[in-house]
Design a protein around this ligand. Structure first.
Ligand code: ATP
Length: 235
């Protein structure tokens, strides 16, 4: 059974043809990384899978259901949640209120159960639950954004640049958490500038260039590929 299957996806922003026929698959239980330069279309791919952008052509299949035309809340309901780039937590709301927003489609019992899991994964977030989210450090806001996406109890968690702008020690912590979340049973689609670290925790990866997939392989093969090393891994 296809878990997530994207077939020949085209997305336009007005006259800009951002995705030019992308096809990719994510199997249940995997961590899959999308790598590519700025503007390649990584964020557009995730936003389209989340139902925030609508494709001009192509299909998105999740658990054998065609979700291409579903709106974002229905896609969350099917089990796909996005933690967007730039964190986008609500700075005036408390940490707990931000987390509750991630569970807007869940019963209060489900919400409380998931909250326990999120607090267990992110003890620093628990300690700060009554604090305004805008007063958290960059790393803590990133953890909160991931925690908020987890509150939707996703089967597939999409993480857009989770390490962006963070100190190396915090980046390592975020990657360790991604692995733990995956081991707890959540499939992960990851977009990362930090391609080396992302591929090290992934089973497979796709390389995007100007709206097209130019390479896809097992993560270990991408890590040793001359082309990928030269273009994305710093030689
Ligand atoms: P980055 O790593 O810089 O975030 P990306 O691979 O995520 O890059 P996208 O943000 O998906 O790339 O952008 C793909 C293309 O679509 C780019 O050419 C970008 O300029 C264009 N684009 C993205 N958002 C918009 C928008 N709202 N309006 C017009 N063009 C857009």
């Amino acid at each position: 059974m296809a878990f997530l299957k994207i077939e020949n996806l085209h997305v336009h922003y007005g006259a800009i043809h951002a995705l030019k026929g992308i096809s990719l698959e994510v199997n249940q239980g995997e961590i899959v990384t999308l790598i590519g330069s700025n503007g390649a279309g990584k964020t557009t791919t995730m936003y389209t899978a989340a139902g925030i952008l609508k494709p001009s052509a192509g299909k998105i299949i999740f658990e054998d259901e065609d979700i291409t035309k579903l709106d974002a809340p229905h896609i969350v309901q099917r089990g796909i949640c996005l933690s967007p780039e730039g964190r986008q937590v609500f700075p005036e709301l408390t940490v707990k209120e931000n987390l509750d927003l991630g569970a807007f489609l869940r019963t209060s019992r489900e919400r409380d159960e998931t909250l326990e899991v999120v607090y267990e994964l992110f003890p620093r977030i628990k300690e700060r639950m009554h604090q305004a989210a805008g007063t958290l450090s960059g790393g803590e806001q990133q953890m909160l954004a991931v925690g908020r996406a987890l509150m939707g109890k996703p089967k597939l968690l999409m993480l857009d640049e989770p390490s962006l702008g963070l100190a190396p020690i915090i980046i390592q912590e975020i990657f360790n958490l991604i692995v733990r979340i995956n081991k707890l049973g959540t499939t992960i689609l990851l977009v990362e500038q930090n391609a080396k670290m992302a591929l090290r925790i992934s089973s497979r990866g796709y390389v995007l260039e100007t709206g097209k997939i130019v390479l896809s392989d097992r993560a270990d093969a991408l890590l040793t590929s001359e082309k990928v090393r030269a273009a994305y891994l710093g030689g």
